[in-house]
Design a protein around this ligand. Structure first.
Ligand SMILES: *[C@@H]1O[C@H](CO)[C@@H](O)[C@H](O)[C@H]1NC(C)=O
Ligand SMILES: *[C@@H]1O[C@H](CO)[C@@H](O)[C@H](O)[C@H]1NC(C)=O
Length: 219
């Protein structure tokens, strides 16, 4: 299933974009350098050898949505990339203060991406930012029309954690396949392997001791 390879690349891109922008004079990511100040809360319900099963409480996120098309013609791929970078930068702009409350939200974790194959080679997905607890109930509204606030219901996932910085798509794919194999072998009750989550926890400037995860939703 080659389509699955396309999606994680968005996560790689988040990191690449952030690195690129952090070198820019705006110092947009200054706030992020010390790492996340808050984490999405969850309850650990099972600790297997290679994965954990967790239940995340209902929570509020700020997201951008994008389509990704595999086997793009060269010019088209470039255009798509530009669009995606624009969306991610818009989200960062919201986090760093361009919102209805003019408030700097700071870095939280994990930054998640959710990808789903919606047609022949087309992936539909979202990249979402976890809102700090003081803004969970009344989030600042985005000025950018591409950003939307999402209330997620309780979510049960199996999570596989791994390290690595600026990994390519193949590395994400490898981890995802390993998790899938382990869950199948253990006979876990997974909602479906067509929907896949990727999570990153560290600022782009941190090269060591990074934490990344792949998740599948559990029934
Ligand atoms: C997450 O847990 C911490 C510590 O238990 C708590 O202070 C915080 O309010 C929780 N956040 C949310 C959004 O429930
Ligand atoms: C805030 O975001 C809006 C929508 O993306 C944009 O038009 C505006 O220029 C931004 N404001 C600043 C100060 O960057």
């Amino acid at each position: 299933m080659r389509g699955g390879v396309v999606w994680p690349c968005l996560l790689v891109m988040v990191v690449v974009v952030m690195v690129g922008v952090s070198a820019a004079p705006s110092n947009m990511f200054e706030d992020f350098e010390d790492g996340p100040t808050e984490f999405a809360n969850y309850t650990l319900v099972k600790e297997a050898e290679t994965y954990e099963v967790r239940v995340y409480e209902p929570s509020t996120w700020a997201c951008v949505e994008m389509l990704d098309v595999k086997n793009n013609a060269k010019g088209k791929a470039k255009k798509h990339l530009k669009q995606k970078l624009g969306l991610l930068l818009g989200l960062m702009d919201y986090v760093t203060g361009n919102n209805s409350m003019d408030v700097e939200l700071g870095m939280t974790a994990p930054m998640t991406s959710v990808g789903e194959e919606v047609g022949d080679g087309v992936m539909k997905g979202k990249i979402c930012y976890y809102l700090p607890s003081e803004h969970q109930l009344n989030p600042p509204l985005p000025r950018n029309e591409n950003i939307f606030i999402e209330r997620r219901p309780q979510l049960k996932v199996a999570a596989r954690t791994f390290g690595g910085w600026r990994m390519d798509m193949a590395k994400w794919e490898e981890q995802k396949e390993a998790l899938k194999a382990d869950l199948q072998e253990a006979g876990e009750d997974v909602v479906g392997f067509n929907i896949f989550y990727g999570a990153i926890y560290n600022p782009p400037t941190q090269m060591e001791d990074r934490r990344n995860e792949v998740w599948y939703e559990m029934a």
